[in-house]
Design a protein around this ligand. Structure first.
Ligand code: SAM
Length: 283
């Protein structure tokens, strides 16, 4: 547990908190993760932790305020989801202009070799989980964070600016975004954690996905009951569950699972229904 010292200036407290986050991230990563957190990523996460705690004194961002718990329940839980995404959308090697490769013999061939970053949307991101952490861990992904609360959006914009992260923060409800022609059926991936029951979430997420795109939902222990209840919604939205995998993290963050859902058919223009309807009358 981080403890303030009497007489510490506000600036010193923030500096100390950031340093505390930094050392804890490395310590907990070696204990609980089977992948490494690079120095630059740990630095970004420790700044993020500092802002989360200081803004949380003024607005309700998270009930989790102990740095160890923030690291495990918010940062690492989201980082594991980002790893799943990177397996679905691996970073492609970019070709340098003077690359001596046979694919560069024709302009068309070299054009097709330019990697297009996958566009991922996080629905109901709250204080940025998992979306902001995904951008820190997988910077090649194009991230859009969607949130219904304007206050949370101002926090996210502050973090993105301070950490120099190129993420779009949209103050909009998922249902309204799914009806906008510039977002509908355009995303490669959608993610979401702790926002709604699966039948409701599917109505938020699937209309945003291209056919062939993936929705990765972070869920709890009752996931199989939710999947059963979502059978009709899966059929209506033309999607299927491809994988359900357990997240093996610290005891504090046990029982988390990731549900990987693939969109296999276009979505009827009747969906999503107007804002509030999916939650009021789930399919
Ligand atoms: N995903 C974050 C996490 O795991 O810490 C936040 C979870 S919080 C319990 C749910 C968030 O989803 C809230 O910030 C709420 O404003 C947002 N939300 C709920 N319904 C939404 C909708 N239809 N569109 C956009 N945001 C929504």
């Amino acid at each position: 547990m981080y403890k303030k010292n009497a007489g510490d200036s506000q600036e010193n407290i923030h500096k100390n908190i950031q340093e505390y986050f930094m050392s804890k991230i490395h310590e907990l990563a070696s204990e609980y993760l089977d992948f490494s957190v690079e120095e630059q990523q740990a630095h970004a996460l420790s700044m993020y932790g500092k802002y989360l705690l200081s803004w949380n004194e003024r607005m309700n961002l998270t009930a989790v305020t102990d740095p160890r718990q923030i690291i495990l329940k918010h940062f690492f839980d989201s980082a594991i989801l980002s790893l799943k995404l990177s397996a679905i959308f691996p970073a492609l090697p970019s070709l340098a202009p003077d690359d001596d490769s046979s694919t560069r013999s024709s302009p068309a061939a070299s054009l097709s070799a330019v990697p297009v970053p996958p566009h991922i949307i996080d629905i109901g991101t709250g204080a940025g989980f998992p979306g902001m952490v995904i951008k820190i861990m997988q910077p090649h992904m194009k991230m859009t964070l969607v949130e219904a609360s304007a206050k949370k959006i101002s926090f996210l914009e502050h973090v993105a600016c301070a950490l120099e992260l190129d993420v779009a923060c949209l103050h909009i409800r998922a249902e309204d975004l799914g009806r906008r022609s510039d977002f509908r059926e355009k995303a490669d991936g959608v993610v979401s954690r702790a926002v709604a029951d699966l039948p409701v979430l599917l109505e938020y997420a699937i209309p945003l996905l291209k056919v062939g795109g993936y929705f990765v939902a972070a869920k709890g222990q009752k996931v199989f009951e939710e999947i059963e209840r979502a059978g009709h919604a899966l059929e209506v939205f033309g999607a299927c569950v491809e994988d359900v995998c357990e997240v093996n993290l610290a005891p504090e963050a046990k029982g988390h699972v990731l549900v990987v859902i693939k969109k296999i058919m276009p979505t009827s223009c009747s969906y999503p229904r107007r804002a509030g309807q999916p939650a009021k009358k789930p399919l």
